[in-house]
Design a protein around this ligand. Structure first.
Ligand code: ZN
Ligand code: MN
Length: 254
């Protein structure tokens, strides 16, 4: 039984893997969120799961089913909540889901949990869910949790080669070169290459206004051009991410 996907194992096989190997358990977290005309709504979760699976293979880990609904899309990093299809949860819901996951994996006897975030807006609520989950378990708990945004594992050298004209920053990289390239690598059938927009980078003021200003956000929902995307760039990034994330897991959880 060599699958990395936890939900393809029986409980007997899962328990045996836990007892025998203490595999790190990867929990991808994504969002259901517009990603322009060329990428699917589930991009954040699909990429978090794909990167988690490639990493899990290198460290004999298991990947749990993705938490597929994320915190509310923000105009400056996800386009905002006004797009049809963007389907978000309140902070308390996401915090509760992560808190429950921490408690449940600890109950199974897992000792290492790696939460792989693929949606910018989730970050602080994942931290809160981990904190409350560990507090529930108490100081005697055996579970350790690592949390990461996968894109932070890209090196300056790789970013310089992926963005020969300059890197616009991770927030504006919504549905742009990184996500489009990674999707062309992992899920080419889900990318509408013919519809990739060439919008200039969105220009946001250094404050927010509520209700959010829809006209701040390009109509396509893409926050900087995705024209420079390619499957080859996606392959380079995917390999680097899996290598460096696996090294981090091995370092912390050896
Ligand atoms: Zn995304
Ligand atoms: Mn997102």
């Amino acid at each position: 039984m060599s699958t990395v996907w936890m939900n393809q194992l029986s409980w007997i096989d899962y328990e045996a893997r836990l007892l025998r190997d203490q595999p790190p358990i990867f929990l991808p977290v994504g969002a259901l969120e517009q990603h322009g005309p060329h990428l699917p709504l589930g991009t954040d979760g699909l990429l978090a799961a794909a990167v988690a699976a490639d990493t899990a293979k290198r460290v004999s880990g298991l990947v749990a089913p993705t938490l597929s609904y994320g915190y509310k899309s923000q105009p400056k990093c996800g386009g905002g909540q006004h797009f049809c299809g963007t389907t978000s949860v309140d902070a308390a819901t996401l915090i509760g889901s992560v808190r429950d996951a921490v408690r449940e994996f600890a109950r199974h006897g897992a000792k290492r949990l790696v939460i792989v975030n693929g949606h910018y807006e989730n970050q602080w609520f994942l931290i809160e869910g981990i904190d409350l989950g560990l507090r529930d378990l108490g100081p005697a708990a055996q579970l350790q949790v690592m949390r990461l945004e996968y894109w932070d594992f890209l090196t300056e050298t790789t970013l310089a080669s992926v963005f020969p004209n300059g890197f616009p920053g991770f927030a504006l990289e919504h549905a742009a070169v990184i996500e489009t390239s990674m999707m062309l690598h992992y899920h080419p059938d889900l990318v509408r290459v013919d519809l990739i927009p060439d919008d200039g980078p969105a220009d946001f003021p250094p404050y927010d206004v509520y209700p959010t200003r829809r006209h701040w956000v390009p109509l396509s929902g893409v926050l900087s051009s995705a024209k420079g995307a390619s499957a080859a760039k996606g392959a380079v990034m995917a390999t680097e991410l899996a290598q460096r994330m696996a090294a981090a897991v091995a370092h912390e959880f050896a």
